[in-house]
Write a protein that binds this ligand. Structure first.
Ligand code: HAM
Length: 418
């Protein structure tokens, strides 16, 4: 039964059409090149994980609490599509025995993530990340290294105008006392806060600082700043990261309200924004340290730090700048049989393919119509084949730039086209 309406793509997901593929390759290739230059190795993990693993990312995390794609239960396991990759990479580090090798493990991963968020420009339900993780390294040097790598990648793919925001959110030792102070500060203001923030005050007060609603903004300035409440170890780490960034000539802004949407972070957190823009939805890359995540997943306590860059957003930015490479025709050579002899046309194409990409126009159209398509496609050469040519195993090669046409034998085609 024909449907009244054609079936479209699911909401919030996109096709990447051939014209944009070169930009994606540029962004991914740049990611792989920079990661390898820093000594990182590629890892790939499944896009489905056990629900329980994903929940360890933090049950108050939007990506887990509200936006998770849970799959129907199959057998005994509850599964979900990964909303982010760090939890899976940490799992793979232990399951694959990388924890037994030299430490730390420097890993990168490129792949799709899934969040059932409200779709809008730069925010998709299937989106692609470039993830970088250092697992098994506690030193502040690694924090600065992943920040330098993120910047290196963005610069490499042509994004120069950037703002780096940085903060430390302490650890299990110093954060509880700070959260006490923060709650004390916000408690008398509760009735003036947005309903979501009233809930955060009870469940996850740190995220109060993350509120983007206008109603909450006037109260932020007076809130205690976590960097004033760090324990000695966290304060030393925070100072060391900033010293390393200064030495590397990497500019940053300390944003005392930067807390990040995922709950697993400790100490360093950071986000890269395109120059001029603001707000969470525009972050091009973001990450931080997650020293408690391995333990939350049930593995031995192991420190880690990393980030993920949003490929969709980076590709959109380079596309908007118009830096993309010119769209290349799909094939250099088009074989045009003037009549119905697909066998010979296919054989000629096979011969041409030894030296150049080649396609055949098999449609039963006039030669003039086929020439018009060849012009539109922007091919370099057309190989014309009349029934007489085909019988003699000869063809006419037309150089589309000069208009010059030569008749030759099929065996001579590779030399002419090379
Ligand atoms: P995240 O901030 O949730 O962190 O995502 C990282 C980046 O992915 C964002 O900065 C943004 O560029 C991109 N992104 C996130 N959501 C979307 C979306 N719906 N549509 C398009 N792009 C999006 C993480 O995922 C952490 N796992 C990062 C990390 C790695 N931390 C430590 N290691």
């Amino acid at each position: 039964m024909p449907r009244a309406q054609p079936i479209k793509a699911a909401r919030g997901v996109r096709d990447i059409l051939p014209a944009t593929i070169p930009l994606w390759r540029q962004a991914e290739q740049g990611a792989a090149d920079v990661a390898r230059r820093f000594g990182y190795q590629e890892i790939a993990t499944p896009i489905i994980e056990q629900l329980e693993l994903i929940q360890r990312v933090g049950e108050d995390t939007d990506a887990v609490a509200k936006e998770l794609y849970r799959l129907d239960k199959r057998g005994s396991q509850e599964l979900a599509l990964r909303p982010e990759a760090t939890a899976g990479v940490v799992r793979a580090y232990f399951e694959g025995g990388l924890n037994q090798g030299p430490q730390p493990s420097r890993l990168y991963l490129i792949g799709p993530m899934f969040r059932h968020d409200k779709p809008q420009k730069g925010r998709y339900r299937q989106f692609f990340q470039f993830n970088v993780e250092v697992i098994g390294g506690a030193s502040s040097g690694f924090d600065a290294e992943v920040i330098e790598l993120a910047l290196g990648w963005l610069n490499e793919v042509g994004v120069q105008d950037l703002r780096l925001e940085l903060n430390s959110i302490g650890d299990g030792k110093c954060r509880p006392a700070y959260l006490g102070r923060l709650t004390e500060y916000y408690r008398p203001l509760k009735s003036s806060l947005h309903a979501d923030s009233q809930l955060r005050l009870e469940r996850n007060p740190l995220r109060l600082l993350d509120s983007k609603v206008a109603q909450d903004q006037p109260f932020k300035a007076g809130a205690p700043k976590i960097t004033d409440y760090l324990c000695d170890e966290c304060a030393a780490h925070w100072a060391a990261v900033r010293r390393l960034l200064d030495a590397a000539g990497i500019e940053y802004q300390h944003n005392p309200y930067l807390v990040r949407g995922l709950d697993y972070y400790t100490r360093t957190v950071f986000e890269f924004y395109p120059g001029g823009a603001s707000g969470q939805q525009d972050a091009l890359a973001s990450g931080g340290r997650y020293d408690g995540l391995a333990e939350a997943e049930g593995w031995p306590s192991t420190p880690g730090v990393g980030f993920a860059g949003g490929l969709d957003r980076v590709v959109e930015l380079i596309a908007a700048k118009g830096d993309q490479a010119a769209v290349k025709p799909a094939a250099d050579v088009l074989v045009l049989p003037d009549g119905d002899f697909a066998v010979e046309a296919a054989e000629v194409a096979r011969i041409c393919r030894s030296v150049r990409s080649t396609a055949v126009d098999y449609e039963p159209k006039s030669l003039a119509a086929k020439m018009r398509s060849a012009n539109k496609l922007g091919v370099k050469f057309v190989v014309l084949l009349t029934p007489e040519d085909a019988a003699r195993r000869s063809a006419r090669v037309r150089d589309m730039a000069s208009g010059e046409q030569t008749e030759l034998e099929w065996v001579e085609l590779p030399t002419r086209l090379a």
